[in-house]
Design a protein around this ligand. Structure first.
Ligand SMILES: Nc1ncnc2c1ncn2[C@@H]1O[C@H](COP(=O)(O)OP(=O)(O)O)[C@@H](O)[C@H]1O
Ligand SMILES: [Mg+2]
Length: 1013
């Protein structure tokens, strides 16, 4: 059975305007008057207030002791909820004043009304017992509206700034300044409602604010002009412009009307109003007023003369129609009352008049009639338009109408009709518009893309988003000259846009709307199956709803193959739909989406989607699942996306800490902290943070007595790279970690810790032991690439041969070293371990240089450096720069070498807060670059530091090279100590079997010592 109900929805979050009105009367009233009379008076007041609310389609939420609370925009959202509330308030003030005057006159009583309104979010729904509860609105917004009422002076209506912002232009407002309001965290700006404003449509408002430059729409304008040309040739017709709200219908019609006026054509405009469906003939009246040029404050007599003049000139036969026309236009002739006919007959007669006015053969000049927003038109006006369409065929009249896609004109099949649908503005037009409103300050460079993404080519949304950004201080300066002063992300949906979108959404069938809500939880784009499962529907149940939603323009088919993929046409619609749901319900949907995704996707895809699934679990309140899935995502991001992995492990820690401790959550808490530490040596991390992570992990591990965690902890705190201690201690810690891991018996860990130990041994210069450790490690994997993968190293199977090649090279076994590093490169690519791939390329480039293939070595080192930048972790970038420096110097490029090594050292120290185990090696490389540049004294000092540091920290790997460089520099300077340096280097090489360095040093010794002599 379908899980979507056809019942009205449960409670929802809604944007509404809440209005409070109360009647205040003479205090002594109750004493003077019979209670029965008193009751009658109050009833009359209540019905005046309630009628005003109903007239503008608000809902009376409740009767308070002496007044009412009304809501505009719930249960069904209205895009003009604030305006409706204001009109209702004005009506209340007028009607109450009238009745109060009567009471004063006849009964000597003094009454007045106060009104307060506020706009914002409420939770609206049935309260109490699910089925029988009353529908009501709850929230801070309500309280503030009531405060406005209490603040208002008798006979006045006060609005908060939120209502004022939405009603501005349409209503006349007087700014009363800021008020400290009980219950509001900051002062609230209050406005008095002073009357009806000048704007009739949103476009009027835009005009008042200053139009943005008109962009694009060349084709549509062309179509309008062609139709005009046909009308001018006597073949009049209708053009219908259809598009969603804000797409630019009114603006296009306005620009066209301007052109017509400039060509001295007569243009008459009218528009239907959202609140006008219950007020018959409003647009027709407007049109006729425009046609006869009737001003607001003209004497009735003058108006009648004008009407008579214009009609009779066209056709004397209109004489009989004049009484009706006068009456309709609000200027009845006292001498000639209109005929007493039924409402229907009257409408028919009026329609006839309009058609005859249009099609009268006496009229030769072209007229253009624009009627806007037909989707709001009342029935009477609609019928009249249909007649008009029929009548204009052979006349020089062009009728231009516009409406939203949900409206279908009854006469769409008429031969004289042509439809245009306005497409969203393209990126170039959007850009131009944005430049016009926001300006061209360089800080705005990043603005275009997010705005284009959210507004999706809707010019109104573009304008409103910019306004919202300016109002919230993210944009500073003046319109047309803004600067970006804050992040664009996290900006809310502008209230004006929210109101429009919410109103459209609420017109959907409840079941369609619920499906849209589920979709909004999944995301901007979603697969059909995921939607179906998340909504709990059968395949055949889904389709009708999806059709309704795509037809209504909320969704579109983004892809059909291999699976039907749907997307929200407007990203903002998704935000609004998402935001209307109550937290609890939305959470349940999030969990359903997580479940659906897991059910639908393959395990490989799920690795990729793990972070998304985790997000749904988290929003669904399933913290443990969320932690598990973030861990899966973190593993998957692994060493190829270290920043992401670090961030994801942080999430796991956060979530694990929120859960009650048991074996699993404790393990997650430990592992997530340890793996953050694992990234610390690659990416750098604040030392205090690293220490506290280690301490916390240690505490949990000790508490749950988990050997495996303790081994990891040992590994990552004392045996990881970057720890500032002596090589001897480092090796010892690593070996202790190996022992602990062996004791824990975890095969992955046994492999992982051996990688760490091998690296420590390498730095200590213990090359034979490196080879043995790696062989042992590789044997433990049994050739299975998964064993130990991702613990310290992405792919131990690839990393092993790389590290081994370094040792083999040092031991003078260059052919084996080369074969080994080539194998590493191959395996790293095969097992998808970009980090090891980078390190291997670096190792290979150095090896090539050592073998005399300098050109190839430099090329590889340069390429490696580029690729490593993409990987982005500091450790790898520094390593790649070291290899590059080595190769550049070997190629005689001292400057390039120096630049590379200085950058490497700076990057490393900045991120890690220390020099790490590689500091002496970087110093050696720097000495070599300086030497190549002939900066001998600096080279000597640098090489001395390198040698001292290597020696003092027991980092013997490159001590011979440091000493060799020192000897070279001293020789170049003709300084003393060449032989001592060489002798020490040779001793280290002999003791540790560094055959390569030994051979080189011995080969160069005669020339170095000879040079001195
Ligand atoms: N082609 C355009 N170039 C620049 N601004 C536009 C364009 N089309 C619309 N606008 C602006 O976008 C806003 C919304 O347009 P409007 O015509 O009122 O939309 P609609 O009538 O379709 O709801 C207005 O402020 C209008 O000036
Ligand atoms: Mg419009």
């Amino acid at each position: 059975m379908s899980k979507l109900s056809n019942e009205a929805l449960d409670a929802e979050r809604k944007q509404v305007t809440v209005l409070f009105a109360d009647v205040m009367g003479s205090m002594d009233l109750a004493e003077q008057h019979d209670p029965e009379e008193w009751r009658k008076i109050m009833q009359r007041f209540f019905s005046i207030l309630a009628d005003a609310v109903t007239e503008f389609e608000g809902t009376v939420d409740k009767f308070t002791g002496d007044g009412i609370m009304a809501v505009f925009g719930a249960p069904v959202a209205y895009e003009d909820h604030a305006r409706r509330a204001c009109y209702a308030a004005l009506r209340m003030l007028d009607d109450v004043a009238e009745y109060a005057a009567e009471l004063r006159r006849e009964e000597g009583l003094n009454f007045s009304v106060r009104v307060g309104a506020n706009s914002g979010e409420v939770v609206a729904g049935a309260i109490g017992d699910a089925a029988g509860g009353d529908y009501t609105a709850i929230g801070h917004t309500v309280g503030l509206a009531q405060r406005m009422e209490a603040l208002a002076e008798p006979g006045k209506a006060y609005l908060t700034e939120s209502t004022a912002a939405l009603a501005e232009g349409f209503l006349e407002l007087e700014d009363l300044g800021e008020f400290g309001i009980k219950g509001a965290s900051r002062p609230v700006r209050v406005f008095e409602l002073a009357g009806v404003g000048k704007a009739r449509s949103r476009l009027d408002l835009s005009r008042q604010r200053g139009f943005s430059r008109f962009v694009g729409r060349g084709e549509e304008m062309g179509a309008l002009e062609a139709a005009l040309a046909r009308a001018q040739a006597g073949a009049g017709g209708v053009i219908g412009v259809a598009a969603e709200p804000g797409a630019g219908k009114s603006r296009l019609c306005h620009e066209f009307a301007q052109r017509c006026r400039e060509a001295e054509l007569e243009v008459f405009e009218a528009q239907a109003q959202a609140y006008g469906q219950s007020i018959p003939f409003m647009p027709v009246l407007q049109m006729l007023r425009a046609y006869f040029g009737i001003g607001e404050r003209e004497a009735a007599r003058a108006t009648r003369e004008r009407i008579a003049g214009r009609t009779l000139l066209l056709d004397p036969g209109f004489a009989d129609d004049l009484p009706l026309l006068f009456d309709f236009l609000g200027v009845p002739d006292p001498d000639r009352p209109p005929p007493q006919i039924s409402g229907e007959a009257r409408q028919r007669a009026l329609r006839g008049i309009v058609c005859r006015l249009t099609s009268s053969p006496a009229r030769r000049h072209t007229i253009v009639i624009v009627v806007e927003d037909l989707h709001w038109i009342d029935e009477g006006s609609e019928a009249m338009l249909a007649d008009l369409v029929e009548a204009i065929g052979g006349t020089p009249t062009l009728l231009v109408v516009n409406y939203r896609p949900e409206y279908e004109p009854a006469w769409a099949g008429a031969p004289s009709y042509r439809g245009i649908s306005l497409a969203p503005l393209g990126p170039a037009d959007t850009r131009e518009m944005l430049r016009d409103i926001a300006g061209e300050d360089p800080s705005l460079d990043g603005l275009e893309e997010p705005i284009h993404e959210r507004a999706a080519g809707n010019p109104f949304f573009v304008e409103e988003i910019v306004r919202e950004l300016a109002e919230t201080g993210r944009l500073q300066g003046e319109r047309g000259g803004y600067r970006l002063a804050g992040p664009v992300e996290g900006a809310r949906v502008p209230a004006s846009v929210q109101a429009i979108l919410a109103a459209r959404i609420d017109r959907l069938d409840p079941a369609d709307k619920q499906l849209l809500q589920v979709a909004s939880v999944i995301g901007k784009e979603f697969g059909e199956r995921a939607l179906r499962l998340s909504a709990g529907l059968e395949a055949e149940e889904l389709n009708p709803h999806l059709c309704a939603l795509t037809d209504a323009g909320f969704l579109y088919e983004a892809e059909l193959y291999p699976e039907r993929l749907l997307a929200f046409r407007h990203p903002l619609t998704r935000e609004v739909v998402y935001g209307t749901q109550l937290g609890e319900r939305r959470a349940a949907t999030h969990a359903a989406v997580a479940r659906a995704t897991i059910e639908l996707e393959s395990s490989a895809r799920l690795d990729e989607l793990a972070a998304l699934v985790a997000h749904h679990w988290e929003e669904g309140g399933e913290t443990l699942e969320a932690a598990r899935w973030f861990a899966r995502a973190a593993h998957w991001a692994g060493h190829s996306r270290p920043q992401d992995a670090l961030r994801l492990w942080q999430r796991v820690t956060e979530l694990a800490d929120r859960l009650e401790e048991n074996e699993e959550t404790a393990a997650l808490g430990v592992i997530s902290r340890l793996l953050q530490l694992d990234y610390a040596w690659r990416l750098g991390m604040d030392r205090a943070l690293a220490d506290s992570l280690a301490a916390e992990a240690g505490e949990i591990a000790a508490r749950i007595g988990d050997l495996r965690s303790q081994a990891l902890l040992q590994l990552l705190t004392a045996a990881r790279p970057g720890v500032a201690h002596h090589a001897r201690d480092w090796v010892e810690s690593a070996l202790r970690a190996v022992a602990l891991a062996d004791e824990a018996g975890d095969p992955d860990l046994r492999v992982g810790v051996r990688c760490a130990a091998a690296y420590a041994l390498t730095c200590a210069g213990e090359m034979e032991r490196v080879v043995a450790m790696i062989d042992e490690m590789l044997a433990l994997t049994g050739g299975d690439p998964a064993v130990g993968a991702g613990i310290v190293i992405g792919s131990p199977l690839a990393w092993g041969p790389m590290e081994k090649s370094l040792a083999l090279k040092e031991l003078g076994r260059l052919d084996e070293a080369e074969a080994s590093v080539d194998e590493a490169l191959r395996l790293a690519a095969e097992h998808g371990d970009p980090e090891t791939e980078n390190w291997s390329r670096g190792a290979k480039s150095t090896l090539l240089c050592d073998r005399g293939e300098v050109e190839a070595g430099v090329a590889l080192a340069r390429r490696n450096r580029e690729l490593t930048e993409r990987l982005g972790d500091v450790f790898s970038r520094s390593m790649a720069l070291n290899s590059l420096a080595y190769a550049e110097v070997a190629a005689g490029e001292g400057e390039a070498g120096l630049a590379a090594i200085e950058l490497s050292d700076r990057l490393y120290r900045e991120a890690m807060g220390g020099g790490g185990e590689g500091e002496a090696w970087r110093s050696t490389l720097k000495a070599r670059a300086l030497l190549a540049l002939g900066r001998i004294e600096e080279a000597i000092a640098e090489a001395e530091w390198a040698a001292d540091t290597s020696r003092a920290r027991g980092m013997l790997w490159q001590l011979p090279t440091a000493l060799h460089t020192l000897a070279q520099a001293r020789a170049a300077a003709g300084a003393a100590g060449v032989e001592e340096a060489l002798d020490e280097a040779v001793a280290v090489c002999r003791r540790h079997g560094h055959a390569l360095a030994l051979e080189r040093i011995e080969a160069e010794r005669p020339s170095l010592t000879g040079a001195r002599a």
